[in-house]
Ligand binder design. Structure first.
Ligand SMILES: [Zn+2]
Length: 261
């Protein structure tokens, strides 16, 4: 175990290799990797879903100087550093806090990914990937034999630990789940619902999605379980922080800032 504290750059090199940052495809505003450097060595890590004023203030309160997030500083695309965007950067610089972001690399990772970890939370065992995106699969799927209502209950219990609720649609069908898929975050769309149907999925667990996906679900024979964009993406950043604790002996904490969605 190293005795010297690592720089943010050294932590980023380690995480980029672990998460395959340079090869996993993503949307350009994700800008995965070290987004903001700092001067002092990393002494404590804060993990959060979103980079926001709330989570920066949470990191400051925790005494952290590396903030690991899923949705990074540039999520809204290129923007002028004025108003709220300026305030965020000023706060980060004033407290010498580095920012490391990992979006899809942290969704699809086989050990630290949001999708495999949500499956574990729901006591589901994946047997293959799901959710095609630019040549990779982001989510997971598997077989089970459980009452769908029981699966919804588990998803709801999980969502409630992060300030949300799980909503299943259609919600009044007494049936069993034999084949499920998980795609965390804003993953329900006409395309992913069709992909689920074509893969023989009967229960599709997502973060969130537009209203029309709830209309389409029964037409594909699917129950879609909306478990919350925020809740379903709390697991990966915590797994990364836990990994850094093992690797670099860095203490860490989770900055809870639920959106309710
Ligand atoms: Zn997301």
């Amino acid at each position: 175990m190293p005795t010297e504290l690592p720089t943010a750059a050294a932590v980023a090199v380690h995480l980029d290799a672990l998460l395959a940052t340079s090869t996993v495809p993503d949307y350009p505003p994700a800008l995965n990797g070290l987004q903001l450097d700092n001067r002092a060595p990393v002494r404590r890590v804060a993990a959060a879903v979103d980079l926001s004023r709330r989570t920066i203030e949470g990191a400051i309160a925790a005494g952290a100087n590396l903030l690991v997030v899923h949705h990074g500083m540039f999520w809204g695309g290129a923007q002028r550093l004025v108003g709220a965007a300026y305030d965020r950067v000023r706060l980060l610089l004033a407290h010498d806090i580095a920012v490391y972001a990992s979006h899809i690399p942290l969704d699809c990772h086989p050990e630290l990914g949001n999708n495999v970890l949500l499956a574990r939370e729901l006591a589901l065992a994946p047997d293959r990937g799901f959710g095609a995106f630019k040549g990779i699969e982001i989510g997971v799927q598997g077989a089970v034999d459980v009452a769908t209502a029981e699966l919804v209950r588990r998803a709801d219990a999980f969502a409630r630990t992060h300030g949300g609720t799980a909503i299943a649609t259609p919600h009044d069908t007494p049936r069993r789940t034999r084949r499920w898929a998980i795609a965390t975050g804003g993953s329900a769309s006409s395309e992913t619902l069709r992909e689920a149907r074509d893969a023989g999925i009967d229960t599709f667990i997502v973060g969130e999605g537009p209203h029309h996906t709830a209309v389409e679900a029964p037409e594909h024979g699917l129950v879609v379980v909306y478990t919350g964009h925020y809740a379903t993406e709390t697991l990966g950043v915590q797994a990364v922080a836990r990994h850094l604790e093992r690797e670099f002996a860095l203490p860490w904490s989770f900055v809870s800032a639920p959106t309710g969605l």
